[in-house]
Design a protein around this ligand. Structure first.
Ligand code: UDP
Length: 253
């Protein structure tokens, strides 16, 4: 059997060469990292859950006409995606104060923001992904004005749609991070949603109890991380068992 060509290995995912030109395989690892790689762990089953949750969310977004890199899930840990050129920005959208916003601006965690706020961070691990403005982004050619406009419009649309989707599962979408890529189609280039949307990249709070159902459980040593992710998947109707047993017991590739 021939070994697949690894294109890139990140903290939580690996990208392999895809079966056809213009495609890649995105593999979800169980590795968890936080605080710019200072804190690390392997959380059994996390990759399987994030693969399923991200598949579900991306499929729903494709369904409302929002272009994404997602093509199809291949197995427990892998999905087929379109190859894109990643725009080096982490785009954060916030509805409720938490995390770095609370810390930096002294706004109590849980405060509902007067309106949704979008922030840009420059994707550069060595620098700890610093927050940047549109001025930096265009001056350094990380993205064009047009791409920034598209990114803002798409992010607000994702926020509206996901807020409703999660509310239907009695979950509050506090904030989330997305990444975009350039999809080259002949002479045309299109901005599409890339990467993943999962409890690793969103803050999700139980609407009734306020309990955290996301990566903050790992960041803050609260325990029950994969159990919380499985509960998100269960509430979205992706898996049946409360503990996600049928997924977590499968220690597949
Ligand atoms: N986030 C992420 N990757 C990052 C930084 C942030 O997925 O490298 C997500 C994070 O999970 C949260 C949102 O973006 O849902 C806002 O994160 P914040 O800036 O508060 O970051 P913190 O410093 O608290 O991780």
């Amino acid at each position: 059997m021939a070994k697949r060509r690894k294109i890139y290995e990140g903290k939580a995912k690996i990208l392999y060469e895809g079966p056809e030109p213009g495609t890649l395989i995105q593999y979800f690892k169980d590795d968890a990292t936080a605080f710019n790689n200072e804190k690390r762990a392997v959380l059994d089953g996390k990759g399987v859950l994030n693969n399923r949750i991200s598949e579900f969310v991306m499929t729903q977004l494709n369904g409302i006409g929002l272009p994404t890199h997602f093509l199809k899930r291949l197995n427990m840990r892998e999905q087929l995606i379109r190859e894109v050129e990643i725009i080096p920005l982490e785009v954060i959208c916030r509805n409720i104060a938490a995390g770095s916003l609370s810390k930096k601006l002294g706004i109590e965690e849980g405060t509902v923001l007067p309106r949704s706020i979008i922030e840009f961070c420059y994707k550069k691990d060595e620098l700890g992904d610093p927050m940047v403005t549109e001025e930096h982004i265009t001056a350094f050619n990380w993205a064009t004005h047009q791409e920034i406009d598209d990114i803002i419009a798409m992010t607000l649309r994702i926020n509206d749609f996901l807020t409703g989707l999660f509310a239907g599962a009695r979950i509050k979408l506090v904030d989330f991070k997305v990444e975009y890529g350039r999809l080259y189609e002949g002479e045309m280039v299109r901005t599409v949603l890339a990467d993943e949307i999962s409890p690793d990249s969103c803050r999700l709070w139980d609407m009734d109890t306020g309990e955290k159902m996301d990566k903050d459980r790992f960041r803050r040593d609260m325990g029950g991380v994969t159990e919380a992710y499985a509960e998100v998947a269960r509430r979205l109707g992706i898996i049946k068992e409360a503990g996600g047993a049928e997924i977590l017991s499968f220690n597949g590739k």
